[in-house]
Design a binder for this molecule. Structure first.
Ligand SMILES: C[S@@+](CC[C@H](N)C(=O)[O-])C[C@H]1O[C@@H](n2cnc3c(N)ncnc32)[C@H](O)[C@@H]1O
Length: 336
């Protein structure tokens, strides 16, 4: 391309010189050119140099215009490319933002599921541990008893095996004269067999006539009627200072003395706040010097509050707490 331009310029210069020379010959005539060659030659050179400068300027101007036009076009294209890039960047950013949001949501979901699985796993672990503890206690207790009828269950409403074990240990070790239960049922029979061996008597207070009948029938079926006295004692108001409770009718406990084990498993919580509290202020004066008071279900808020109140109000008793799956707090007053 540049070679072509060069060649055309050479031709143009030769043509210019030729034209200029012919013009000089025409203007000055052959004689003048022949005699005084320098003048026409100088004129010819000046004219052609002027023409060349003009042509060169013209071509530079054209090039410049062309370049300006090209630059404008390139700038336009660059602007377009930049706009495109910006929009791509925005699209990418929003896609990335969406992906980050989705990833965060799925991470949160996974964490929630993990927490749930972890909680279930822990619950399962507790169940396995509890089942083992209950089985171990059950086997242990079962070996001490030769039942005369099918034994009642130690689940749900009834005292669990691991709660019965420390009470039966206490009966075997201290041979209490009198055992009092607040709430009759399975425990009356299981402890009844041990009480039969130690010569103890069990008084099982029962507020509900229906369950009093059931418990009595159960005790009879096991041949324990001489050992276990299921007493129907309906709930009555018991006042202490400004406070009042629904507790077993006091005439059911008036004859009691020398209690060596008190098992507090009633009345039901539905009868009012801290329903089991009155047992200790009412029955402690009827207890032997050596006595153990067992409060069941202390994993529950209400029973835990009763336990704390007893611990504060009866400092002569030593508390050891939270045995077993439902929680069993033990308060001991020792004769020695
Ligand atoms: C917490 S339960 C425990 C009774 C007993 N200490 C035991 O461990 O089996 C307390 C109350 O349950 C009720 N109960 C007794 N026998 C029951 C039975 N077979 N089914 C459901 N409730 C019973 C009685 O009213 C009893 O006072």
């Amino acid at each position: 391309m540049s070679l072509k331009v060069l060649r055309s310029r050479k031709h143009m210069a030769v043509a210019l010189y030729g034209t200029a020379a012919s013009a000089l010959v025409l203007a000055y005539g052959f004689e003048v050119v022949g005699e005084r060659f320098f003048v026409p030659a100088f004129s010819a050179v000046s004219v052609s140099a002027g023409l060349l400068v003009f042509l060169r300027m013209d071509s530079l101007l054209r090039d410049c215009l062309r370049n300006t036009e090209r630059t404008r076009r390139v700038r336009g294209e660059l602007r377009h490319v930049r706009r495109r890039l910006d929009s791509l960047e925005r699209a990418e950013e929003s896609r990335h933002h969406g992906q980050v949001k989705a990833a965060a949501a799925s991470q949160a979901r996974m964490e929630r599921e993990f927490t749930l699985v972890d909680r279930k796993f822990r619950a399962l672990e507790r169940t396995v541990r509890d089942t083992y503890a209950q089985t171990e206690a059950f086997v242990d207790l079962r070996a001490l008893i030769s039942p005369r009828a099918p034994l009642p269950p130690l689940v749900n409403w009834a005292a669990s095996a691991d709660a019965l074990r420390p009470m039966i240990e206490w009966i075997l070790r201290t041979e209490p004269k009198v055992i009092v239960e607040c709430g009759s049922g399975s425990s009356s029979v299981w402890m009844g067999y041990v009480a039969e061996r130690t010569g103890s008597t069990i008084i099982a207070l029962e507020h509900d006539p229906h369950y009093a009948e059931l418990s009595r029938a159960l005790v009879e079926a096991h041949g324990l009627s001489d050992v276990v006295d299921v007493r129907l004692a309906q709930l009555r108001e018991w006042r202490n200072g400004e406070e009042s409770w629904q507790w077993y009718a006091l005439d059911a406990v008036e004859d009691l003395a020398e209690i060596g084990l008190l098992f507090v498993d009633g009345p039901p919580g539905a009868t009012g706040p801290l329903a089991r509290y009155p047992a200790l202020p009412i029955l402690l004066p009827r207890c032997a010097d050596q006595v153990a008071v067992f409060l069941d279900d202390t994993r529950r808020e209400e029973e835990s509050a009763v336990s704390d109140r007893w611990a504060a109000e009866f400092p002569g008793l030593v508390r050891s707490d939270n045995r077993g799956n439902k929680g069993l707090d033990m308060f001991v007053r020792s004769s020695g």
